[in-house]
Ligand binder design. Structure first.
Ligand code: DQA
Length: 144
């Protein structure tokens, strides 16, 4: 069976430390472990994962996939709150993008309450833990 949709998950700075980093906020599961489960959950989807802690790394990856993939799930970490360049990159590409935050950023410090990305994205999922990524993949998979 050929995999119909190509979806990539892009994680930003410090998210390579999931499982170790502030586990009371982000949980005890590493993204690699979570991603293995996700691949099993979506056998019909071609799923990829990319992580970079640099803004340019994230922008280059958005440009690489943004005109050929069926969807992008992005957790830009703190860059969501600071980066107009990332927002511009999302606006520049064709693929639908869903923004994910593991924690409920609206229950945290005020500087986390605004994301430059949200207005350029198809949707936003936050505060649902790692499940947010699966929900985003499901939404992109269901979209025509
Ligand atoms: C985060 C929330 C951001 O405010 C923070 O800087 C992160 C992780 C989240 O997934 O909850 O790095 O994007």
């Amino acid at each position: 069976m050929s995999k119909e949709k190509r979806i990539i998950i892009i994680n930003g700075p410090n998210l390579n430390l999931l499982g170790q980093r502030e586990p009371e906020i982000y949980g005890h599961t590493s993204f690699d472990d979570y991603f293995s489960n996700l691949i099993e959950e979506f056998p019909e989807v071609h799923l990829e994962y990319f992580q970079s802690s640099s803004e340019s790394g994230l922008i280059d990856e958005l440009h690489r996939v943004g005109f050929s993939y069926d969807g992008i799930v992005i957790n830009a970490g703190a860059y969501a709150h600071t980066s107009i360049a990332l927002a511009d990159a999302i606006a520049a590409i064709d693929a639908p993008v869903i923004e994910v935050h593991i924690s409920n950023v609206y229950r945290r410090e005020a500087y986390r309450h605004h994301s430059w990305l949200t207005a350029k994205c198809k949707g936003l999922i936050c505060g649902l833990g790692l499940d947010g990524y699966a929900l985003a993949v499901r939404a992109l998979t269901n979209a025509s």
